[in-house]
Design a protein around this ligand. Structure first.
Ligand code: AGP
Length: 615
């Protein structure tokens, strides 16, 4: 989720680029850079850190050009350093590229280009595009060299390029992440999102997947990747700039809830092969031999990430047949844990900077444990202190309440459990195949879930937003989702809510049941469905009101519930081990709509911080 801006026109170039990047900084902010072309030569400035650092660099060493590109980075491959900051160049320095997304086959292309003599200076996947285009350059223009290069690229990418030896031209391509072309008065813009150009023009053209824009000072030509012209419609953007940063959503949290299909897709992309039934996690630096020596797993995390860890316990125990315990970061180091070199410590942390989680990681490593991080921020402390990181490619999560980071943590844990099973030989090819197919289907099921549960979650918030207490019940792998649903409601609507294993209700919480306290029951069709039905009946027998999440087409519940009091929320079926990924989405939306109705600050709830860097 990086920010891209390109400009060619009559204004001074660098201020336009910097202003555009500032309006995109919410998309990623761990490094930034600009490149311009003047009199046939490329000049660029880059810096690690926030955009303000780049502005200091430019003040110290000014840069001017006739047209150019800018980029603010959310690292997915390669640490957030100056040399990894975009723009990137080829061997000659004449071809300049900025990129958003993931080049899935970058390693094999990099090796091939290196054998042909290309010299690489970064750890990024992006740099291979510059060298590939360099190799494909002939005398038929930058756009045709890019078309030949595109035939070799796999992955999801938005790429924008300029070349000093084919001047006065910007080439942009889209295959996944958005690319928008701004049509101004004697000036044109290319950007990854509308906010970058809204202060200059409201007339835009959105590229579709597998389309290219060739922008010169006088016109824009739109083609497909083969070069065939495509007709495009100019749209007039009505948003105000603030709304634009949220892509039209009222809050970042809602935007991030709806980004989950893409975030899950990007987290799985390039890490599995349906053909061979294999999982690839190259970033794990613990060798397969050492992984085979592991006798137990300890998962360390806080908050929502701890809930992901509880799901991870079910996944790793059932798929890799390894015993797993899950600990709060803040508790772990005070309980004198039993750890040795045959313990694998897995820290789960969106920010990679949570003090309690880092302290637990350091204790586990001090006691001899091996270590892997599941993290969303490249180069964060946890990734630097673990022996390997499985990155969630969720992009920056701005809302304090974690949503897309959570579902991508679940998917990353699923991949890790399958990888451990692969190394230990604990899963049959048939079961592996079933798991991989279910994983690949998740983005589409999440899309469907978001479409299906919008109206009913608004209805639930309308009916229950004034209640003062909620109880969330789940069983098995979905019990952690009951905890997560309760936390989401607590942290953004300030309503007291508790998550409980449904079987525990009769050991105390059942005393709370009355017609005032909604009971959210997670009852998908699985091996404990009948037990959940029993718990729902216990609630109804005491006059309670139930919000039941169940598998679409299941009519067993309809006869038990009263539509005037209760609500049934049907969901698509999926593999039981992936049900948590779907179940949490309506709970996120219920919390969101209730918080909005209560006038709460959804993106920055009171007393909370996005990353708790103090113990
Ligand atoms: C979740 O909605 C909260 N923002 C909080 O519980 C968070 O999950 C916790 O602080 C851990 O943060 P981390 O994943 O960045 O380590």
């Amino acid at each position: 989720m990086c920010g891209i801006i390109g400009y060619i026109g009559t204004k001074e170039v660098v201020p336009v680029l910097i202003d555009g990047l500032r309006r995109l900084e919410y998309r990623g902010y761990d490094s930034a850079g600009v490149a311009v072309v003047r009199r046939g030569a490329v000049d660029l400035r880059r810096s690690a850190g926030k955009l303000s650092r780049l502005e200091e660099v430019i003040r110290a060493e000014p840069i001017q050009g006739d047209y150019g590109l800018g980029h603010t980075r959310w690292a997915t491959h390669g640490r957030p350093t100056e040399e990894n900051a975009h723009p990137h160049r080829d061997c000659t320095g004449n071809i300049v590229v900025v990129h958003n997304g993931i080049i899935e086959n970058y390693l094999e292309l990099k090796r091939q280009l290196q054998t042909e003599g290309h010299r690489f200076v970064t750890e990024t996947d992006t740099e291979i595009v510059a060298h590939l285009v360099e190799r494909e350059m002939r005398d038929d223009g930058l756009e045709n060299a890019v078309r030949r290069a595109l035939l070799l690229l796999r992955g999801s990418f938005a790429i924008v390029l300029i070349a000093a030896h084919d001047p006065e031209k910007i080439v942009a391509v889209r295959n996944g992440p958005p690319v928008v072309v701004g049509l101004g008065e004697d000036e044109f813009f290319v950007a990854s999102d509308i906010p970058a150009i809204l202060s200059h023009t409201r007339d835009v053209v959105f590229l579709a997947d597998e389309e290219m824009a060739v922008v010169t000072r006088s016109r824009v030509a739109f083609t497909d990747f083969s070069g065939a012209p495509v007709s495009k419609t100019t749209q007039r953007v009505q948003w105000d700039p603030i709304l634009a940063e949220k892509a039209g959503y009222k809050h970042f949290m809602l935007k991030e809830i709806f980004e989950q299909p893409a975030a899950v897709r990007d987290t799985v992309l390039g890490r599995i092969s349906l053909e061979t039934g294999r999982v690839f996690l190259d970033e794990i630096k613990v060798s397969d031999t050492d992984l085979r020596q592991i006798e137990k797993v300890t998962i360390l995390a806080c908050g929502t990430s701890w809930h992901a860890g509880l799901v991870g316990k079910y996944l790793i125990e059932q798929l890799a047949l390894l015993p797993v315990d899950v600990d709060y970061g803040s508790e772990y180091r005070y309980r004198k844990p039993i750890v040795d070199a045959k313990t694998l410590g897995i820290v789960i942390t969106q920010s990679g900077e949570t003090a309690d989680t880092l302290a637990a990681l350091r204790e586990a490593r001090r006691l001899g444990a091996r270590s892997i991080a599941i993290c969303n921020v490249v180069g964060s402390m946890a990734t630097r202190e673990c022996e390997g990181t499985v990155y969630t490619h969720a992009g920056p999560e701005i809302g304090v309440a974690s949503t897309k980071a959570f579902t991508t943590q679940l998917v990353a844990l699923h991949l890790l459990a399958l990888y451990l099973a692969q190394v230990r030989g604990t899963l049959s090819p048939e079961e592996t195949d079933a798991q991989l197919k279910a994983l690949v289907q998740m983005p589409q099921l999440l899309d469907q879930t978001l479409k299906d549960c919008g109206p009913v979650t608004e209805e639930i918030s309308k009916r229950f937003h004034a209640r003062t207490d909620f109880l969330y019940l789940g069983r098995g792998i979905n019990y952690p989702i009951a905890l997560e649903g309760a936390l989401k409601l607590k942290e953004i609507s300030y309503i007291h809510a508790e998550g409980y294993p449904a079987g525990e209700m009769k050991h105390g919480p059942i005393a709370l049941i009355d017609e005032q306290m909604p009971v959210v029951a997670l009852a998908p069709r699985d091996h404990v469905f009948e037990k959940m039905i029993g718990n729902i009946q216990e609630v109804k027998a005491r006059g309670g009101c139930v919000v039941a999440l169940t598998t679409r087409g299941d009519h067993d519940l309809a006869g038990l519930l009263d539509p005037k009091v209760d609500v049934i929320l049907p969901l698509a079926p999926t593999h039981p081990l992936l049900t948590p990924v779907l179940l949490v989405v309506p709970l996120q939306l219920i919390s969101y709509h209730i918080a909005v109705r209560r006038g709460c600050d959804v993106d920055q709830p009171r007393n909370l911080a996005k990353s708790v860097t103090v113990e």
